[in-house]
Ligand binder design. Structure first.
Ligand code: ATP
Length: 235
């Protein structure tokens, strides 16, 4: 039978102070899927992730996670339900070691990955355990940022431009990591500017424009929609 989606968003609106930025975002994500939010700068992609996570405190509409309405919950309660947000700037503390960075957020849910499980997914981090945050490459910092939310027990990962500023070979590594996480059953919402990368990892793409989702493109239809996509993204 049909399963309810793990994440179901309807009429999501959000404001920065008086500035109304999200005007009714709606989309679904099933368990184990990878979806992307594509769109131009300022379209509202990052704000959508922040609204799901409860970091945007002024918001309305409906965000159902695992059958539960979260729109009224504070961010720490949303985290405890199993949602983790990885911001674009990654949030790695340069004065702390890899291990300290990893241990920084509390394990908010049973089922958070152990350090051993994390090393299995991110073998590079094992060798870097006592390195300082600043000594890591951009790619290693991104891996650490993802590893850190896995430790908290998140099963829905909200990743904001994980490939930003990374060399192509590292972008491929991040892609393999995302596919591995998908195999392990994690659900991922990814904000991306790089739609080539998006097409290599995602099941479906949602196009965000002016604070709304204006189109849905299944990944297998991306080539057929390439001109439309170029127009949406202004590339
Ligand atoms: P980008 O790739 O540039 O981050 P985006 O699609 O993620 O694009 P958002 O960052 O969600 O876009 O921004 C949506 C709108 O909200 C933009 O008009 C932006 O200027 C505005 N905005 C973003 N952050 C703030 C803030 N802290 N205060 C006020 N307005 C903001």
């Amino acid at each position: 039978g049909a399963h309810a989606p793990l994440l179901a968003i309807r009429d999501l609106q959000a404001w920065y102070g008086e500035s109304h930025v999200l005007h009714g975002v709606a989309f679904d994500v099933s368990e184990g899927e990878v979806v992307t939010l594509l769109g131009r700068n300022g379209a509202g992609k990052t704000t959508t992730l922040k609204a799901i996570m409860g970091i945007m405190t002024k918001r309305s509409g409906s965000v159902m996670f695992d059958g539960r309405e979260t729109i009224e919950l504070p961010a720490r309660r949303i985290a405890r339900l199993g949602i983790g947000f990885c911001p674009e700037e990654r949030g790695i503390f340069s004065s702390l070691s890899v291990e300290e960075n990893l241990m920084l957020p509390p394990q908010v849910r049973p089922g958070g990955l152990s350090v051993e499980q994390i090393f299995e997914l991110f073998p590079n981090l094992r060798e870097r355990l006592s390195s300082q945050g600043t000594k890591l490459s951009g790619g290693e910092q991104q891996m650490l940022a993802i590893a850190r939310i896995l430790r908290t027990g998140a099963r829905l990962l909200l990743l904001d431009e994980p490939t930003e500023g990374l060399a192509p070979v590292i972008v491929q590594q991040i892609g393999r990591t995302i596919m591995r996480l998908k195999q392990e059953g994690f659900t991922i919402v990814l904000v991306e500017q790089n739609f080539r990368f998006a097409a290599s990892v995602a099941d479906r793409h949602y196009v965000v424009e002016q604070g709304r989702v204006i189109d849905t493109i299944p990944n297998e239809e991306i080539e057929r929609n390439i001109n439309k996509l170029h127009a949406y993204l202004g590339v």
